[in-house]
Design a binder for this molecule. Sequence first.
Ligand code: G3P
Length: 497
Amino acid sequence: MEEGYILALDQGTTSSRAIIFDHSGQIKSVAQKEFKQIFPKPGWVEHDPNEIWSTQAGVAAEATVKIGINGKNIRAIGITNQRETTIVWNRETGLPVYNAIVWQDRRTAPYCDQLKNEGHTDLIRAKTGLIIDSYFSASKINWILNNVDGAKELADNGKLAFGTVDSWLVWKFTRGRVHVTDVTNASRTMLYNISTQQWDEELLKIFGIPASMLPEVKQSSEVYGETDTTVFASKIPIAGIAGDQQAALFGQMCIDKAMVKNTYGTGCFMLMNIGSDFIESKNNLLTTVAWKINGEIQYAFEGSIFIGGAVVQWLRDGLGIIKTSAEVEKLALSVNDTGGVYFVPAFAGLGAPYWDPDARGTIVGITRGTTAGHIARAAIEAIAYQTVDVLKAMEADAGMKIKELRVDGGATANNLLMQFQADLLNCKVIRPHIVETTALGAAYLAGLAVGYWSNVEEIQKQWQTERDFVPGADNDKVQAAMAGWKRAVAATQSWSS
Ligand code: G3P
């Protein structure tokens, strides 16, 4: 039989992508399409579920056509997706009852505050590993049921289905035959008990959500169904699903306890594999499911930084000191250091481990000699300092020091940032050969389920490093720099109070 390829579908917050991998894990074809971001009110963010579907199906076809293959050459599809984003649709018509409410959407923040005031924090953390926040799906489903005309009644009569984006795509690819999700996506809904691995009745009651709406929860690597022939002429098994950050953890082959990856995108998402036991964080991190393969579950700590690469976008679009994001490294290298300037890019509050929604961005230490170069350098360094804060919380929770950090995402092309990161952490920072680790992770999960790759060890052997950044800074200097950063963060927080 011909070896064929694996098609990974990466349904992200701003674009739908399709990447085709061959057996050696190399990229053969990529197609990408952006779609509309809908902002009906301040703090609200929506997507059109039909556009999510049409762009995703479109790029899947485009990626195959580009290299002159068709569905017959695709051995399996792996799906990875923006997590938490909530879609509710009518089971009979297949039509969404409302737009997708995106993970960034803050409309349910007051409701979440109410839940905190009612004392649900500990219960929810113990069951789901999550901090009560509008980020997760449960409060978004509650909003749809209570604000969309007729939704509550349809839901009570078993006519509505809920799904995160993976679930919606599988439903569409199978023409409504399959309504599933995987454990990693379920773990982001705030309705799933990650210890018992069940939808949790008590939580469903708190959020007023009928169990009949929920998808069946599957492993991250198994055959869920086949694509309908109206999509591809031949039926292709859909065989892997994972939320994008978990897929990246797998794509980085962080398969052993204490292995950590950080994705430097618009924000940064850092995940640490913590093995097969659920551990509650004591340092303001989330606990989440990393994946479930061959009946074995693995958990992860997660810390999210809201502004990562977005700080460079701000230098470009807000401050106008660079024309393209790539120019930032050159500008930052025009000076030897920040000249005592610290930049805390708390534009949207501070995420882990501070969780301060009211903090706002601050630049401190400016003198007459400060130049655009110093500001640019301080902005890049801020990405690394925030990463250290999350990593220290992880080390404290795990009770151990990490040996290396595997990195991916757009900003990892910045060598200055990567070297500074290694110096601050005093550990090796590893940039892999394939930086499309999210899609690669989804491809691996799907390929494993259909025997395209025989086991994780085989995959591990083909995983390659492109460059190691080795720490080389003087420890006293690093400590002094960190102390300065802490003072700058404190200034940011006192500004908000
Ligand atoms: O939790 C949100 C995250 O999954 C979104 O990822 O890459 O689509 O911004 P991304």
